[in-house]
Design a protein around this ligand. Structure first.
Ligand code: ATP
Ligand code: MG
Length: 177
């Protein structure tokens, strides 16, 4: 089985800005440079033939390049803990691209994504007991903002989970424009 997701990879200067915003709070488990991404569609575990069909369907997407900037930070919280993330602006083109990616996944035989799309770059994870540290970071970084960058491609990643964390491998990449 292959654990797949489709994402945008911010370029180095943008990742540098995100990493600079991270602090040494031990309550927050920061995402490493290699893992910073904006998920367009989580696919999950699929067998090889379906993975190949998804990759081919993604290759048929036609979508213009667009500009995106980091804008603000936010937090998802669940019972078990949560994630701290950086938001992006504008959301419309990235949401439209995510919708096209979803349609391609459905054309390849996957179920449509039922959850709302909240474009974000996860910065850290935290346990339930450390939610205060996450809120604190959110307050201090409410104005986080980058220069716009040109989104010129999106990527099909394979995720390998281990007790050392997730490792992402680029399976294929797709040009925009
Ligand atoms: P870990 O699960 O070890 O914390 P991770 O979440 O980075 O690491 P994956 O679980 O493989 O690695 O997820 C890859 C990407 O897909 C991440 O951006 C993650 O937020 C997103 N993702 C994972 N599961 C789902 C899901 N059920 N629905 C939507 N997005 C998901
Ligand atoms: Mg996960």
């Amino acid at each position: 089985m292959h654990r797949l997701f489709v994402a945008i990879r911010p370029p180095q200067p943008i990742r540098d800005l995100l990493i600079d915003a991270m602090d040494d709070s031990p309550a927050l488990r920061w995402v490493g440079d290699d893992n910073l991404h904006l998920t367009l569609r989580f696919i999950g575990e699929v067998e090889r033939p379906l993975a190949d069909d998804v990759a081919a369907a993604l290759g048929r997407i036609r979508f213009p390049g667009f500009a995106l900037r980091i804008s603000g930070v936010g937090r998802f919280e669940q019972r078990s803990g949560g994630a701290l993330w950086a938001g992006v602006d504008p959301r419309k083109p990235v949401a439209e691209l995510a919708a096209k990616v979803d349609r391609a996944c459905v054309a390849a035989g996957l179920e449509p994504e039922r959850r709302a799309f909240h474009p974000h770059v996860t910065l850290a994870r935290f346990g339930r007991r450390n939610a205060a540290a996450a809120r604190d970071f959110e307050r201090r970084n409410a104005d986080l903002e980058s220069e716009p960058w040109a989104v010129t491609r999106f990527i099909l990643f394979e995720s390998q989970l281990s007790r050392h964390g997730a490792h992402y491998e680029e399976v294929a990449d797709y040009a925009l424009g």
